[in-house]
Write a protein that binds this ligand. Structure first.
Ligand code: TYM
Length: 334
């Protein structure tokens, strides 16, 4: 059975992009044909400054978002990264496998570090080695993510391949990225060339999983578009990034293809399409928002679930970590 691993950072409110690109698909991948391991990656979050009390709360919110999106902690292993020490330990081993140049090439590092990269935390540079550790500590074979994580997953494959080559053993799998569907890159509602992101200064650019029905409808109404009517198929959306984004969001929320959506809205303008999209969005998101806040009413229960998940994760991770250390020649005598 394939072993699936994925993670989400608890570094601020989650968006419709996180939901469609990741959370919604995590729930769909659960089942008898696969083993699913989902992680709130708090050690990644602290590569940039986090207020400790806020962070603790966001870790719980992350867990609530997973569960509200349909991740069932009985079917999947759900935990926060820092409770399983194998992640940090494996990351150190990978720091010795990965090359500094690989890290400097990461576009996410360049974006997050900004101009003054000398002042970024060392952890921000090493971030992808910890991500590889998350995945390979479970020898996971597939990783569902949005498009923006593709480069990090290529680096994970590079680390696995270099390790296997250097130590002359087929120890780590070469992980498959699962970047599938029409919502692998949900774009900003204000600018069709930028991805929807929790760090965008404009709140109108994104739909947050905590937005109420009025806020969702208003943001969609104000979303940037062109003035043309909708075409009958996706070819007609070619140079219309904002229109394409809204059609893709509709399709992903309604579990339809973009062509099926366009077949119904052909010739209609955004005056018709936007209210319809708002309705679909509210219908899909309001149960999630409600469940998230219900879970957040009982933080002790969330902590219990994460603790239990961490114990199960630890059982899988520890033997693989120990075997990795043995392969590398690290002596163990206790
Ligand atoms: P993070 O926390 O930034 O995002 C979590 C997931 O949401 C996806 N995503 C999007 N998908 C579509 N459209 C968007 N606009 C959009 N914005 C975000 C991301 O692609 C991701 O799947 N480095 C990772 C966390 C991580 C991880 C891992 C993932 C750490 N270790 C191991 C997989 C496996 C990150 O920062 O995701």
């Amino acid at each position: 059975t394939p072993r699936i691993f994925s993670g989400i950072q608890p570094s601020g409110g989650l968006t419709l992009g996180n939901y469609l690109g990741a959370l919604k698909r995590f729930a769909a991948l659960q089942g008898n044909e696969s083993e699913t391991i989902y992680c709130i990656v708090d050690l990644h979050a602290i590569t940039v400054w986090q207020d400790p009390d806020v962070l603790r709360q966001r870790i719980r919110e992350g867990a609530a978002a997973f569960m509200a999106s349909g991740v069932d902690p009985r079917q999947s292993i759900l935990f926060n990264q820092s409770q399983v020490s194998a992640h940090a330990e494996m990351a150190w081993l990978f720091n010795t496998v990965a090359r500094v140049g690989w890290m400097y090439r990461m576009t996410q590092f360049k974006d997050k570090a900004g101009k003054n990269s000398e002042n970024a935390s060392l952890g921000l540079l090493a971030y992808p080695a910890l991500m590889a550790a998350d995945i390979l500590t479970y020898q996971a074979t597939a990783v569902p993510v949005g498009e923006d994580q593709k480069q990090h997953l290529e680096l994970t494959r590079d680390i696995a391949a270099k390790f296997n080559h250097d130590y002359k053993i087929e120890h780590f799998p070469i992980t498959e990225p699962l970047i599938e569907g029409v919502a692998t890159r949900v774009m900003s509602l204000r600018d069709g060339s930028k991805k929807m992101s929790k760090s965008d200064p404009s709140d109108a650019s994104r739909i947050n999983l905590t937005d109420d029905a009025d806020a969702i409808a208003q943001k969609i109404r104000k979303a940037r578009t062109d003035a043309d009517p909708l075409p009958g198929n996706v070819e007609g959306l070619k140079d219309r990034p904002e229109a394409r984004n809204l059609v893709n969001i509709y399709a992903a929320l309604a579990d339809e293809t973009p062509d099926a959506v366009l077949a119904r809205f052909e010739g209609q303008g955004f005056g018709v399409f936007k209210p319809a999209l708002a309705e679909v969005a509210v219908e899909a998101l309001s149960p999630i928002t409600r469940k998230m806040s219900e879970f957040m009413d009982d933080p002790a229960e969330i902590d219990r679930i994460l603790g239990h998940g961490a114990e199960r994760a630890d059982e899988l991770a520890t033997p693989i970590l120990e075997r990795t250390k043995e392969i590398m020649g690290l002596l163990r005598s206790r």
